[in-house]
Design a protein around this ligand. Structure first.
Ligand SMILES: C[S@@+](CC[C@H](N)C(=O)[O-])C[C@H]1O[C@@H](n2cnc3c(N)ncnc32)[C@H](O)[C@@H]1O
Length: 204
């Protein structure tokens, strides 16, 4: 299903079996605009409208593997976009909660996920800064838009041993993909790779 899986993911160090299996299974072409379905598996992000993008497959695989997936765990994603990352998470987590700030994208992603029968993936339209407290705490939180600072509500909604994975840095430039892990109630931060994400936006 994923033609470049060896070169794009495995050769670059992604070895988490559940992640690779999920990316082999989820039809990425269902999440990109019809005019560019032939480009779906290219090694780069693609436009999905409203100035937003579906992330490069490698970044989706990298963040998924880093989230320590398990069918016993619950995950929150901020930045549903096309719904592709949410579908990959739906394959490897028990429940997925995903928040998108642009209503049209949230609706389209919901439709695609329903057509593909991802009944464990729940999408809502709101400002992801505040997380989804009614459904927390989460074993992992993935933010797929670049923030200048970490939203404190997301750290609060992290379960013990949970990981928040978030690109932090100047918007429109490169950011660092940070991991914040909660151990005995304390937050431990570490840097991973350099990334470039679209901005984390807020309603005025
Ligand atoms: C790189 S795209 C996400 C790609 C997506 N994960 C996918 O698989 O297609 C980033 C998304 O984050 C959304 N976003 C930005 N700021 C947000 C916020 N405060 N709350 C929720 N979503 C936000 C954008 O509208 C955009 O759709």
């Amino acid at each position: 299903m994923f033609p470049g899986i060896q070169q794009q993911l495995i050769d670059r160090g992604i070895h988490n079996t559940a992640t690779l299996r999920a990316m082999q299974k989820v039809p990425r072409e269902a999440f990109v605009p019809k005019e560019i379905t032939k480009e779906a598996y290219q090694d780069n992000p693609l436009p999905i409208g409203y100035g937003q993008t579906i992330s490069q497959p490698y970044i989706v695989g990298y963040m998924t593997a880093l989230s320590q997936p398990s069918k016993q765990k619950k995950v929150l994603e901020i930045g549903t976009g096309s719904g592709y990352q949410a579908a990959v998470l739906g394959e490897v987590f028990k429940e997925v909660y995903s928040i998108e700030i642009i209503p049209e994208l949230a609706n389209q992603a919901n439709k695609t996920l329903q057509e593909l029968k991802y009944s464990n993936v729940h999408v809502r339209c709101s400002d992801g800064y505040f997380g989804w407290p009614e459904k927390g705490p989460f074993d992992a939180i993935l933010v797929t838009a670049a923030a200048e600072k970490v939203p404190p509500p997301l750290l609060e909604q992290l379960a013990e041993k949970g990981r928040l994975i978030i690109p932090v840095g100047s918007q429109g430039w490169f950011q660092e993909l940070m991991v914040y892990e909660k151990i005995k109630g304390q937050i431990h931060a570490r840097r991973t790779i350099g990334v470039r994400f679209v901005p984390f936006t807020r309603h005025d």
